[in-house]
Each structure stands twice: as C-alpha cells, then as structure tokens.
Design a protein around this ligand. Structure first.
Ligand code: 5GP
Ligand code: MG
Length: 175
C-alpha cells in the first residue's frame, strides 16, 4: 500500500475542518448526517472536536458502480432523525463525480431542513460531473482509487488508519 495521507496528516486536516465548522456554526445546534459506510471514521473523529450541540443521523447510499447505469444510486434514508427546520451538515468520505452528495443533499433538503451544508474528507481532482460546491474539504487528492480511514475496496481496508493507494502486491479480499 502506498501511503497518500498519514495518520498525522489526517488528524491535522480534520482539526482544521472542525475549526472551520465551529467558526461557521458557532453555538447553533447542528445535525450531522453520516453518509454510510465510508464516512464513519471521519464522523467519529470530527464530531469530538465540534463545540455546538450535535445530533447524529445516517443515510446509506450505494451506487452499483460499473454494474448498472448512473442514476441507479440507491438511498436508504430510514435511519434519519426528524430534520424539520434543522441546521444540517452532510459528511461523506470522498467527492468523486459528485452524484452521491448531490442526491443526498437534495433528499435532505426535501425533508424540510432549514440549511444543508456538506463536508468531505477527500476531493478527487478533475472528476466532477456536476456543478456542486462542497462547503468543507479536508484534502484535494489526485485521481486515484484510495482506501483506508473508512474507504474500502470490495469491503475491506476501511480499518487502515491512513489513506492509501493500493499496489499490485496488496491482498485481494479473497486471499
Ligand atoms: P460520487 O458519487 O461522487 O462519484 O462518488 C462518491 C462515492 O463513491 C463515495 O462516497 C465513495 O463511496 C465512492 N468512491 C469514489 N471514489 C472512491 C475511491 O477512490 N475509493 C473508494 N474506496 N471509494 C470511492
Ligand atoms: Mg460512499
């Protein structure tokens, strides 16, 4: 595995994001929506550095990448709390084409939230397919498939404490 962002770099980036979020929202209550599953580690580290009253909810997405056409993004919103008039911050692991965050954001808005912001750990350079402004970004990264710190390859590697790029001698999930 080639390390792209070390544990130390990740913690520095997350501390900076948390400071920006604290500054922007002050003491107003904030509902964090964790986009499962990739953002659980980011959310766990981030919310412990937030100073306002925080509520937590989650939404599950799957995109069937490579198997079916774009637009088949599935949202499971059954775990969301009541968002009426809430100040919401959607947190995802990575912004790639942008379709996931766009769909989640539209859905959350449709539920009556007062304000919907977005935060991602990683922003993949040069991949965006739609116009979408992410409010808080941890790191800009090159167009490579990354794993670790929540991000998986076929279900594994989420537990790596760093973000890395797989190399040819990395274990296949079946090994
Ligand atoms: P988008 O809808 O922006 O194209 O894709 C966002 C989702 O695709 C992310 O939430 C993540 O689940 C997945 N994804 C995109 N790029 C990568 C990557 O480099 N590594 C991993 N593990 N997942 C990715
Ligand atoms: Mg995802």
């Amino acid at each position: 595995m080639k390390v792209l962002l070390s544990e130390e770099q990740l913690q520095q980036g997350i501390a900076r994001m948390a400071a920006e979020i604290n500054q922007r929202f002050g003491r107003q209550p904030l509902t964090i929506i964790c986009v499962m599953t990739g953002s659980i580690i980011l959310v766990a580290d981030l919310i412990r550095q937030l100073e306002m009253p925080v509520k937590l909810g989650s939404i599950h997405t799957s995109s069937y990448r490579g198997e079916t056409k774009r637009g088949d993004l599935q949202l499971d919103a059954s775990m969301l709390p009541d968002l009426t008039d809430a100040q919401v911050l959607i947190v995802d692991d990575i912004f790639d084409t942008g379709h996931t965050l766009d769909a989640v954001s539209r859905h959350i808005q449709s539920l009556g939230a007062a304000d919907v912001g977005t935060a991602v750990l990683l922003y993949k350079h040069g991949r965006q397919e739609i116009e979408f402004d992410v409010d808080f970004i941890g790191f800009d990264i090159p167009d490579e498939f990354v794993v670790g710190y929540g991000l998986d390859y076929q279900g594994i590697y989420r537990n790596l404490p760093y973000v890395g790029v797989m190399e040819s001698d990395d274990l296949s999930p079946d090994a």
